[in-house]
Design a binder for this molecule. Structure first.
Ligand SMILES: [Zn+2]
Length: 188
C-alpha cells in the first residue's frame, strides 16, 4: 500500500536489479510535481534550496525511524518529537463548505509550501501508527532495493515491494546460490 510517508522516503531510489545505481529524486522537479499531484498538495516547484535541506534532513531521520520500526523496534521520546516538530511548524485553518445534510469540514493549510508538505508526511506516518500496525512497516527484502512500504496483505507476509520484480529476482538469486553451493557430482 502506498502512503505519503513511504512515497517520500522512496525518493531515494536504488536500482532493485542490483546494478548499484541509485538516484535521489527529491530535487527533481518532475518528482516534486508528481508527489504534490498524487497527494493533492500544493507547494512551489522547484523546491527552494533551504526547503531542500529541511526535507533532506527530515527524510534522513524518518528513514532511520522507519528502519528501526521495520526491525521490530518501538517509538521513543525523540521519535515522537521528530514527528511533532514537523506538525508544530504547520498552521491550518478550518473551512466549512457544502450545504445542510452534506456539509464538509476541511483543514486548510494557511500557507501552501513544503513546510506544510512535511507536516502532511508526519501526519501520514502518525496515521499509520494510529490506525495501522507498526509491525506492517516494511523495507523490501531485496538488499539492492530497500523500498519502503506498508504491508496490507491479510497474512502480513509480504517481503518484497513487488513479487513479480524483487520477489522473482531474489528467487533466481537463491536458486543460483544453491546450485553453486552444491558439490559437483564426481561421476557426472
Ligand atoms: Zn523491492
Amino acid at each position: 500500500m502506498e502512503t505519503l510517508w513511504s512515497d517520500f522516503l522512496n525518493s531515494e531510489w536504488h536500482d532493485w536489479r542490483g546494478s548499484g545505481r541509485s538516484e535521489d529524486r527529491l530535487e527533481k522537479p518532475a518528482w516534486q510535481e508528481r508527489l504534490l499531484s498524487d497527494w493533492q498538495l500544493t507547494a512551489p516547484v522547484p523546491m527552494p534550496a533551504e526547503e531542500t535541506l529541511a526535507m533532506r534532513d527530515f527524510r534522513e531521520r524518518l528513514h532511520a525511524l522507519t528502519v528501526k520500526l521495520a526491525k521490530g523496534g518501538s517509538m521513543d521520546e525523540a521519535d515522537w518529537q521528530l514527528l511533532n516538530e514537523q506538525l508544530a511548524l504547520d498552521a491550518v485553518s478550518r473551512r466549512l463548505s457544502g450545504e445542510p445534510g452534506a456539509v464538509r469540514l476541511e483543514l486548510v493549510p494557511v500557507t501552501e509550501d513544503w513546510r506544510h508538505v512535511r507536516a502532511e508526511i508526519a501526519a501520514s506516518f502518525g496515521e499509520t501508527l494510529l490506525h495501522g500496525e507498526t509491525a506492517r512497516i516494511r523495507v523490501c527484502d531485496n538488499p539492492d532495493c530497500r523500498w519502503f512500504f506498508y504491508d496490507d496483505t491479510r497474512n502480513r507476509t509480504k517481503k518484497y515491494c513487488d513479487d513479480k520484480m524483487c520477489g522473482n529476482l531474489m528467487k533466481v538469486r537463491r536458486f543460483r546460490a544453491r546450485k553453486k553451493a552444491d558439490p559437483p557430482n564426481p561421476k557426472g
